[in-house]
Design a protein around this ligand. Structure first.
Ligand code: 3PG
Ligand code: MG
Length: 397
């Protein structure tokens, strides 16, 4: 899968509207993580270098069509200025005369930032009249917001009806990397899954089962699989309505020769809030009052034996409750194995959302091939969906 990128000719001296994802965490009006801002810098710089007038549009949070001061993109201006090293003009609207005047009067090389697109209800409805107004002051549209490309909104999809549209560097890189692992992965291809729920990962398992060499399952979702194998899982997470699915997947994997590898030991505590020292037990010895909250050392060794030999890795979902340092061990050691695989020449891709936060917190972001900026978007991509914010940008050959 390849996207249509802009050339110098497409953007030189043009008024360019660029969709970014500045849906960043804020605390008391201050941006606490600039990863998503930095991720767009290369595309913005390229546009400026080629003489475009760049206007950025994004959503922030879920204001549901109302003006909410705490979700104004004005809070993000300073961080964009320091990331780009140039001034950014903020316009407190998304459509209309104010925007048009600012764009028309701005000199080439200028960066303008519009207000939160979700201050208008029409944004999430992908209202065509709103999309047309959004497009009106501009000559070209650049879509770079991979992490919002699973949303069919006016600023991620509708606007493409009205302007010649191209992909930015971030979204192109995301699609290149996620396609590399999910379309024609070099084998052994190992899928590492974790996170709380089986239900979040069903479609990914369904879509990738016939392409993988092995699936390693950790996190809360592992206990439903262990339970259908007859293990006593105590108080651990159990999704009764997903037990049949888990059973079917285990059977199907066996039929087609794919290993589904489950934990053999687990770190347990009596509750999520526990501050007790780490205690590991075999999955055959989980007591009725215990909850499994991380994979154990033997499981790490088992998982690492697959990871270190892999040529391709896709990892989505932490191995345990990594927010608690006592329960971050499994995720940290799996990240170490993934780092080793990368050093050995493997292509290693980490899904966004919680997995990206975990890998970042544990210091491994630079030690894998690619960390996606998209949580929901990377998951839906790996389910085999053609994302609405990407579909119009696909190169036909
Ligand atoms: C995200 O943070 O996952 C994206 O910015 C999309 O946001 P949304 O889930 O509110 O659409
Ligand atoms: Mg989200």
């Amino acid at each position: 899968m390849k996207l249509r990128e802009f050339s110098r000719q497409d953007v030189e001296n043009k008024k360019v509207l660029m969709r970014v994802d500045f849906n960043v965490p804020l605390k008391d009006g201050i941006v606490t993580d600039v990863t998503r801002i930095n991720a767009h810098v290369a595309t913005i710089r390229q546009l400026l270098d080629w003489g475009a007038k760049v206007t950025l549009v994004s959503h922030l949070g879920r204001p549901k069509g109302k003006r909410v001061d705490s979700l104004s993109l004005s809070h993000v201006v300073e961080k964009i200025e320091s990331a780009l090293g140039c001034p950014v003009t903020f316009v407190d609207d998304v459509i209309g005369e104010k925007v048009k005047n600012a764009v028309d009067s701005a000199p080439a090389g200028t960066v303008i930032l519009l207000e939160n697109s979700r201050f208008y209800l029409e944004e999430e409805k992908n209202d065509s009249d709103f999309a047309k107004k959004l497009a009106h002051p501009f000559e070209v549209f650049v879509m770079d917001a991979f992490s919002a490309s699973h949303r069919a909104h006016a600023s991620t999809r509708g606007v493409m009806e009205y302007l010649p549209s191209f992909s930015g560097h971030l979204i192109s890189r995301e699609i290149e990397m996620l396609s590399a692992v999910s379309e024609a992965p070099e084998k052994p291809f190992v899928l590492i899954l974790g996170g709380a729920k089986v239900s979040d990962k069903i479609k990914v398992i369904d879509h990738l089962l016939t392409k993988v060499s092995a699936i390693l399952i950790g996190g809360g979702m592992a206990y439903t699989f262990l339970a259908v194998q007859g293990k006593n899982i105590g108080h651990s997470l159990y999704e009764e309505d997903k037990a049949d699915f888990a059973r079917q997947m285990l059977n199907k994997a066996k039929e087609i020769g794919v290993d589904i590898v489950l934990p053999v030991d687990t770190a347990v505590a009596d509750s999520l809030e526990s501050d007790a020292p780490r205690k590991e037990v075999s999955v055959n010895e989980i007591s009725p009052s215990d909850m499994g909250l991380d994979i154990g050392k033997e499981t790490v060794a088992l998982f690492a034996s697959y990871i270190e030999k892999a040529k391709t890795i896709l990892w989505n979902g932490p191995m345990g409750v990594f927010e608690n340092p006592v329960l971050a061990e499994g995720t940290r050691l799996v990240a170490e194995a993934v780092e080793k695989c990368t050093k050995n020449g493997g292509v290693t891709v980490v899904g966004g959302g919680d997995t990206a936060s975990a890998v970042k917190k544990l210091g491994f972001s630079e030690k894998v091939t690619h960390v996606s900026t998209g949580g929901g978007a990377s998951l839906e991509f790996c389910e085999g969906k053609i994302l609405p914010g990407i579909e119009p940008l696909l190169e036909t050959q």
